[in-house]
Design a binder for this molecule. Structure first.
Ligand code: YCP
Ligand code: CO
Length: 280
């Protein structure tokens, strides 16, 4: 199961603009805020119960039910019904990434008993929005539907003043991604974004490790955010930040920070207890 583009949707820009304007005024949920480095947010359009406040995911086996927010967005509702198999859909969410924010490199489904088949439809984006998977970087274009193998280490960021907005839908994990998508155009042969990142150098590494001089409980979270964004600018694996952070804390000689870092890496890449809040 590898990350790939599944198809292209021609978006009705006028109707889309109306729903995006409504979303801009909506309160997003704080669920998964421990994953956010800057303003990364989500909200539910369809979930297990149809209750807006049910904002985290569990494995379940019934068609996703529209929330009040989901029902209030006619075009997005229509896109979900037209382009996806709603019988195997378990959740539909909006993911919004605001300027200079990213989601910390992580693997999904670690807290669940099974995986979903996770698909994104790009609603608002620009060239300063990027996704990463392990050591690769790519851009998901407007109207494109992608299957993301979220069980691999990955991240996403926007460095634009215009928020990046994706519709993200989770399907029964046994479904082949190609089978949950409907009525799409075959994507035009598209060239993947060239990897324009700078080479990761020993000089850059030494600079990062120099944070050992100043790291403390008080700035730990900010340092995590700085490290999380570096791989969008340098050719380095998105997981590398955890090794840097461990070495920064080791050089500082702070046992509590080393332990925090071990827990952090465990939570985001290895194992998560259901409902456990990292709270760092
Ligand atoms: C999930 N995990 O698996 C979320 C999505 C990041 C954290 C966003 O539903
Ligand atoms: Co993810």
């Amino acid at each position: 199961m590898t990350t790939r583009i599944l198809g292209l949707v021609s978006l009705d820009q006028k109707r889309l603009a109306a729903d995006l304007a409504a979303l801009a005024k909506t309160n997003f949920s704080t669920a998964y805020s421990d994953f956010a480095c800057g303003r990364w947010e989500s909200c539910m359009l369809r979930n297990r119960s149809g209750i807006q406040e049910e904002d985290t995911v569990v494995i379940h086996h019934n068609p996703a039910v529209a929330t009040p927010l989901g029902r209030s967005l006619p075009y997005l509702n229509e896109l979900l019904d037209t382009h996806f198999d709603t019988s195997s859909m378990r959740y539909a969410r909006i993911i919004r990434i605001s300027e200079n924010a990213c989601i910390i490199p992580h693997r999904d489904y670690l807290e669940l008993d099974a995986k979903f088949a996770r698909v994104h439809l790009v609603l608002d984006t620009n060239q300063r929005c990027m996704n990463t998977e392990k050591d690769r970087i790519f851009h998901m274009g407007l109207g494109e539907i992608w299957f993301l193998d979220a069980s691999l280490p990955h991240s996403a960021a926007s460095f634009s003043p215009i928020p990046r907005v994706h519709l993200m839908a989770d399907f029964e994990g046994t479904c082949a991604p190609e089978n949950v998508v409907r009525n799409t155009e075959q994507p035009l042969t598209r060239t993947l974004m060239a990897d324009a990142r700078e080479e990761w150098t020993d000089e850059a590494l030494q600079c990062v490790l120099g944070l050992a001089k100043i790291v403390s409980e008080a700035n730990y979270r900010e340092i995590v955010s700085i490290l999380a964004k570096l791989h969008f600018f340098y050719k380095v694996d998105c997981e590398a930040m955890y090794g840097w952070l461990r070495e920064i804390c080791r050089r500082r000689g702070d046992a509590a920070l080393i332990e925090k870092t071990d827990k952090l890496e465990r939570f985001f890449l290895i194992d998560r207890v259901p409902g456990e809040f990292m709270g760092y």
